[in-house]
Ligand binder design. Structure first.
Ligand SMILES: NC(=O)C1=CN([C@@H]2O[C@H](COP(=O)(O)OP(=O)(O)OC[C@H]3O[C@@H](n4cnc5c(N)ncnc54)[C@H](O)[C@@H]3O)[C@@H](O)[C@H]2O)C=CC1
Ligand SMILES: O=C(O)C1=N[C@H](C(=O)O)C[C@H](O)C1
Length: 265
């Protein structure tokens, strides 16, 4: 029986997945892979110098060895190329730190794995470099500043709204936990899809939010409010699994829009 978290990639091939970063989102990703009963968690990577390097995954995450977790030890990034065999990993999902993106493309080129970059905050130049390197190394990469299927559909809708309501004013409100940088990368993507000059973005930082983006549009006669909320980080894990399934067997750089379009086929 598919769970909510693996519903969107139902029917795709089983994948061997390595996860980098086991903070809030990485942990949700790990749980989602295990819950799928279909995909294999083949490695978990950490930053060099982490106190958890070479530690047992279950003990690091839960303080004890749980039988539902594979008996994996956490691999520091610089040791991954030696530790992982070609074929051991179909796709790496990166929920670690934005500065690691290019090293991950290099690493995936060596171990013949594809890559889903979930971290945010890269410049267009950095993304272009990721794309060039992905093609040079013959691997597929999805760059996904917002992994949720819903936000990507919201962007399609507001793009249409802005075309039809040419004279409307738009503003964006986003709500995230206190440690999230302002504004989100997603707010920038939404503003670009509205494409109607400078769009004001308002940010709220409070405990309890996972991720909310709201677009308010008014032309003085009608007001339209479109809202998306990630209720748990399972929403990000679900999108990352869909992106991972999409990118296996492809070469070059793709976006979440490509993934969502493929889901709708
Ligand atoms: N694209 C999307 O829809 C989403 C993106 N994210 C992104 O994922 C990343 C992680 O988010 P959270 O889990 O909420 O953060 P977090 O702070 O809870 O976890 C980050 C994890 O990465 C590790 N880490 C930090 N620097 C590292 C490095 N250089 N190499 C390897 N590991 C490193 C930390 O030790 C920690 O385990 C952020 O960049 C965030 O913006 C998170 C949620 C959704
Ligand atoms: O880091 C997060 O958590 C999120 N990041 C995304 C971004 O930076 O755009 C947005 C998402 O809602 C949560």
């Amino acid at each position: 029986m598919p769970t909510d978290q693996n519903r969107v990639h139902e029917g795709r091939n089983a994948m061997k997945i390595a996860v980098c970063g086991y903070g809030r989102a990485g942990k949700a990703m790990i749980e989602s892979i295990l819950e799928s009963n279909e995909h294999e968690l083949s490695a978990v990577l950490c930053r060099d110098g982490s106190e958890n390097a070479s530690g047992n995954l279950s003990e690091v995450l839960y303080g004890e060895r749980l039988s539902r977790l594979p008996d994996l030890s956490i691999t520091p990034m610089s040791e991954a190329v030696q530790a992982l065999d070609p074929g051991q990993v179909d796709v790496v999902v990166d929920f670690s730190h934005k500065d690691s993106a290019l090293s991950f493309v290099e690493m995936c080129g060596i171990i013949h794995s594809n890559l889903v970059i979930c971290t945010t905050g890269h410049s267009p130049e950095e993304i272009a470099l990721v794309g060039e390197l992905a093609t040079e190394k013959s691997i597929g990469v999805v760059y996904a500043p917002n992994l949720t299927v819903g936000i990507n559909l919201l962007m399609e809708f507001v793009a249409k709204l802005s075309k039809v309501f040419g004279d409307a004013s738009f503003e964006i409100l986003e709500k995230h936990p206190p440690d999230k940088a302002k504004p989100t990368a997603t707010a920038g993507l939404i503003a670009r899809s509205i494409g109607n000059g400078e769009i004001p973005v308002h940010s709220i930082r409070l405990d309890g939010f996972v991720g909310v983006h709201e677009v308010v549009a008014s032309n003085g006669l009608e007001r339209i409010v479109v809202s998306h909320e990630s209720l748990s980080r399972g929403a990000f894990a679900c999108g990352a699994l869909a992106a991972a399934a999409f990118v296996c067997g492809k070469v070059g750089l793709y976006t979440m829009e490509d993934v969502v379009n493929d889901l709708g086929e």
